[in-house]
Write a protein of this length. Sequence first.
Length: 292
Amino acid sequence: MRSSVGGPSPSDYNRFNRLVIKRWLLGSAPDLNWGAYSITPYPLAKDGTQPAKKVTKKLGLWSVGHDASRLAKIEKALYGLHLDPIEFRVAVKWWLGLDTSQGSQCAFCPAHSLDPLGHHALTCKCGGDVVLRHNALRDTLVHFLHRAHASVQVEVGAGLFPDHSQSRPADILLQNWNLGRPVALDISVVSPLNPSTLAEAGATFGAVLEATESRKHQANDEKCSALGWVSTPLAVDSYGAWGKEASLFLAQVAARLAIHKSLPKSQASFDLFSNLSICLIRANARAILRRV
């Protein structure tokens, strides 16, 4: 199936991923930008004007020649979702479980040493990367909700409760979503490598996500109910696995997107999840790079 922006198919992406990882492990990875409506990279020449011809010919990826206006249109269609070469290399290294710490102390909290698997870098509350990652995921989801013609508000709830609490149970508030009721979405990114939950995470897939959903319901359900909202936690782990409630909600978004954009539902789902995945991985790579 072709991409909705005229790009390569998912099978093309998969073949290219295998090629890139093989070259990266051999120390000869090309300069890459990570883009498109997917979680996969496409190669650009060093001057940034066109895909590398050799790989393009082999895999049948985009060929845009030297037409700068055509390239600009493609970049606009990609919504700026990309990884710089250094981000791509760090992301692949982290994803494969290789040491990303370089034996360093955290640049923002020197009392902590960086662990080889990147847990501290991805959960460190200093430096603002946790907030930047959260907001990037929120904004990416808002973009797709707008495309699905949903009525959206962000960061809602402060001061609306009888106790004048400033907590905001709705990172995103959707009007008329669940049987006409507003839905309050609360986004959380959690690490399955947290020492307190590592054993449980290793024994049962999704256990950490289920615990996060339960914790969010305990914190938000009463407040949301008082305002007539439906509390819906969107939990995702740092590797990109979504919780059950999040997966169901995102499937609903993909279904609406498919209707409003006249896309196959599988393509709409592919576009949505892959954009969110690129956003998450890029934020993770940047968090690691800022601390080594």
